[in-house]
Write a protein that binds this ligand. Structure first.
Ligand code: CDM
Ligand code: ATP
Length: 290
């Protein structure tokens, strides 16, 4: 029988995101905290009789050849051939796409990370977690985090990761109905790139001390995204009536932390119909690693 594997690809929130500089190649230096949450895309892997890698679900706006899932699978396949001299079986990959594209939730990066983990297992590739992280980074700056799989304080372009405790809470997330291209935000002339460095202990102290869940720091990309995409600003303002609402990543999604599921449910019931709102619980570990 052909082997089949069903695997989740969870979303992340950037609890804060500071732009602290710019590298010579134009990429930005960041400090951020990544938090996994329990809302996920779902990927299904079925081994084939030949060596082809095929995406068997249509993803509107993303041609198969540029899909991060397919690109990640091909990179790993080539590396397994290089290391072992054998060609692993091809794979059909189906995807239930739940996470919005251009949402700041890292959906495409998480799909790619899950693909690397699943195929490394199915193909018995034997790559270490660090080797998979190094392979993923050129495909997307968030991919190493998803492979790391734990709440992380991150520096560099997001690849220098340190495990940290995040708040154990519920989140309300609003999709404001726009898709934000990450490159457009980073290239804006209005982006500030000189936020002073913080240290990880500041982040840890903040969450250890606070009885309520106001966030640490800020998201430097939020002002630029709000200016270019007004629904982002509207969602921050609306959700801000209930707590410290902020944008994740380069947008568009906006989130706010709550102590309990009941509190989230009460606010969720009031989310304007124009937006898609949902709740999610903070995850300590990636479900593929537990
Ligand atoms: C904003 C974050 O989501 C925070 O977690 C990530 O840094 C973005 O990660 P991503 O969507 O995987 O982005 P990538 O596909 O790596 O980069 C898209 C584009 O954004 C810009 N970019 C991205 C990351 C970074 N640290 N500096 C940048 O300037 C680059 O122009 C790049 O070509
Ligand atoms: N499997 C995939 N799923 C989603 N997007 C993909 C995928 N493969 C490639 N992409 C491309 O990547 C772009 C960004 O998608 P993604 O869902 O990762 O955005 P995001 O949540 O804003 O990410 P980030 O927080 O990393 O900026 C999409 O607009 C799409 O063109």
């Amino acid at each position: 029988m052909r082997q089949l594997l069903d695997c989740p690809a969870p979303a992340k929130l950037n609890l804060f995101l500071h732009v602290t500089g710019r590298r010579a190649d134009g990429y930005h230096l960041l400090q951020t905290a990544f938090q996994l949450i329990d809302r996920s895309d779902l990927l299904h892997f079925t081994l084939r009789d030949d060596d082809a890698i095929c995406r068997v679900t249509d993803v509107p706006g993303v041609p198969e050849e540029s899909d991060l899932i397919v690109r990640a699978a091909r990179l790993l396949q080539a590396e397994v051939i290089r290391r072992t001299g054998r060609t692993p079986p091809g794979v059909d990959i189906a995807i239930d796409k739940i996470l919005p594209m251009g949402g700041g939730l890292g959906g495409g990066s998480s799909d790619a990370a899950t693909t690397l983990m699943a195929l490394n297992t199915l193909w018995q590739g034997g790559l270490s977690q660090q080797e998979l992280m190094d392979m993923g980074l050129p495909l997307g700056a968030d991919i190493p985090f998803f492979l790391f799989g734990r709440t992380a304080f991150a520096e560099g372009v997001g690849e220098a990761l340190h495990e940290v405790d995040g708040p154990d809470c519920w989140y309300l997330v609003i999709e404001p109905g726009v898709s934000v291209p990450t490159a457009k935000i980073f290239s804006s002339e209005h982006l500030t790139r000189d936020t002073p460095l913080v240290i990880m202990a500041d982040f840890s102290r903040h969450y250890a001390k606070r009885s309520q869940l106001g966030g640490f720091g800020k998201n430097d990309l939020q002002q630029v995204a709000s200016r270019l995409f007004p629904p982002v600003a509207e969602a921050v303002e609306w959700l801000g009536a209930y707590g410290d609402a902020r944008m994740t990543g380069s947008g568009a999604c906006v989130f706010c932390a709550f102590d309990s599921e009941e509190q989230v449910d009460a606010v969720l019931a009031k989310v304007p119909a124009a937006w898609n709102g949902w709740k999610a619980k903070a995850l300590e570990r990636h479900p593929m690693l537990s």
